[in-house]
Design a protein around this ligand. Structure first.
Ligand code: G3H
Length: 501
């Protein structure tokens, strides 16, 4: 498992290097950033704090390799991605172990994040093989003839900057790298600081798979220190980012006219109608709210139940929540540490605010280290912060409603618009409500989630810009190039319509 000499080049002791020109390098800043296991505070390793001049060099290196990669035939790029997928799959276990230590994700979910990434690399290869353009005749508009023909095909954008989040540091960088590379772009990846060690392994994986040196590069450092320098750099042609809405908005201001693909926050509401299948609804809500301790953009972040089902629903949700295991991610407990104590303080602040304003605590509200016990709050009202703010932690607010219209209003009043859910047996009504919700996706009788990864995944309002998903990401990272043939009319065949006998 994971046998290649490159692992020796990648780090010295616990110091991981950054990756540029196909080589592992130490920053001349002499500074590193420690990464601690959020569960037990043990040092996992240190990453390089790259300097601005090093970032410029990395971007230049990617630029210098745009042409060689663009000219590599698509079938060869696809082949390389398939090899990368195989390596990722073969190394799922050790990479999952690293990921678990670095971000505190339960071990099974950590390994499945890696496997899911291999699936994305394969799916991207499959779709890219069918990528084509279109041919359009000019005669749809008056004054033009079929002698004017537009032929278009897709070309890469240049250098794509892929910035991933801490909660899926391997998968949500991979879901950007694969489409960027297959479309023929050179890539600069900036992983989130927490999660960077696992993501740095792309340097090894892609080199082993055959990506030429310099086509794929990795820069590490604190976003607060180097983010603007990266984003504003004129050598970057497109940015794909996953992270908070606040950072996404600031990124968009700095990026200027660069094309953007942004996956940001959410406040996904589950509308539960009186006739819902209660077992299915409870299961979906509890796993949707609490997997990875609620640290998912698509977590169920509000429940809006109708009056007749509300009491039973709350009782069953609390019952299921109390069954969730809490503790060490290595033992695969569902609830583990949040990414930082600062994040725990923030979530606790939301809970305290709700309780001060009269919410009913049904379970949870206990903290040990970075672990917050899964917390269910009933009788949430719209003056409470938890009704609107995204916790990114294990807290589930229940806002009881009296009508579908009220549910639609509360859902839509959010600054976010990632996904919505409707639980009901009445599919006609579900479709009508779905049409009213101002979100990227509505799940009927299912929890909110990004996958499967060939589905379109997008958010409205503060939840994002552009559409992800295998086909959509490739499209976002390429553009049509049209060549128009203007034929002479010399060879035109002239035929007249014949009147009937
Ligand atoms: O955190 C944001 C992710 O895109 C959520 O993905 O729904 O598969 O957990 P997921």
């Amino acid at each position: 498992m994971m046998q290649t000499t490159q692992f020796e080049d990648m780090k010295e002791g616990l110091d991981y290097k950054y990756y540029c020109e196909g080589k592992w390098k130490k920053s001349t800043s002499g500074k590193t950033i420690p990464i601690y296991n959020p569960y037990n505070n043990e040092l996992v390793g240190n990453i390089q704090a790259c300097k601005k001049e090093e970032i410029d060099r990395i971007i230049q290196c990617a630029r210098d390799n745009i042409e060689c990669w663009k000219d590599t035939p698509l079938n060869e790029r696809v082949d390389i991605l398939r090899k990368a997928a195989k390596l990722i799959r073969d190394w799922a276990e050790p990479l999952g172990q690293k990921l678990m230590k670095e971000i505190g994700k339960p071990i099974k979910s950590a390994i499945s994040e890696i496997v899911r990434t291999a699936d994305i690399f394969e799916g991207t290869s499959d779709f890219a093989s069918t990528l084509g353009g279109e041919t359009i005749m000019g005669d749809a508009f008056e004054g033009f003839t079929r002698e004017k023909i537009s032929m278009s095909y897709r070309v890469p954008l240049g250098v794509v900057l892929c910035i991933g989040p801490f909660n899926y540091p391997f998968n949500l960088t991979g879901s950007k790298i694969a489409p960027a590379l297959v479309a023929g772009n050179a890539v600069v990846m900036k992983p989130s600081t927490q999660g960077a060690i696992t993501a740095l392994h792309y340097g090894i994986i892609l080199q082993e798979a055959g990506v030429p040196p310099g086509v794929f590069n990795i820069v590490t450092g604190r976003g607060s220190e180097i983010g603007d320098h990266l984003i504003g750099n004129s050598g970057i042609d497109m940015i794909a980012f996953t992270g908070s809405s606040e950072t996404g908005k600031s990124l968009a201001r700095t990026a200027g006219m660069k094309p953007l693909l942004l996956e940001l926050g959410g406040k996904d509401a589950a509308i539960v109608l009186d006739d819902a299948n209660i077992e299915l609804t409870v299961k979906s809500i509890v796993s949707g709210a609490f997997s990875f301790s609620g640290q998912r953009c698509t977590a169920v972040k509000r429940v809006l139940p109708m009056p007749k089902i509300a009491d039973k629903l709350v009782e069953m949700v609390v019952g299921e929540t109390l069954k969730l295991s809490v503790g060490d991610p290595e033992q695969n407990n569902t609830i583990g540490p949040l990414i930082s104590s600062k994040q725990c303080d923030f979530v606790q602040g939301l809970i305290d605010d709700a309780l001060e304003k009269g919410a009913s605590l049904k379970c949870g509200n206990k903290r040990e280290g970075n672990i917050l016990w899964p917390t269910v709050l009933d009788n949430i009202t719209t003056d409470m912060r938890i009704a609107w703010e995204e916790p990114f932690g294990p807290v589930l607010p229940i806002l009881r409603i009296n009508s579908a219209e009220e549910a639609i209003n509360i859902s839509n009043k959010s600054e976010y618009g990632l996904q919505g859910m409707i639980f009901t047996e009445n599919l006609d009504l579900a479709f009508n409500i779905a049409q009213e919700l101002e979100v990227g996706t509505v799940q009927i009788n299912g929890k909110s989630s990004r996958g499967p990864d060939h589905f379109p995944f997008l958010g409205t309002k503060s939840s994002g810009l552009g559409t992800q998903g295998i086909k959509y990401s490739i499209e976002a990272m390429s553009r049509p190039k049209a060549v128009v043939m203007n034929l002479s009319e010399k060879g035109k065949l002239v035929r007249e319509c014949k009147a009937g006998e």
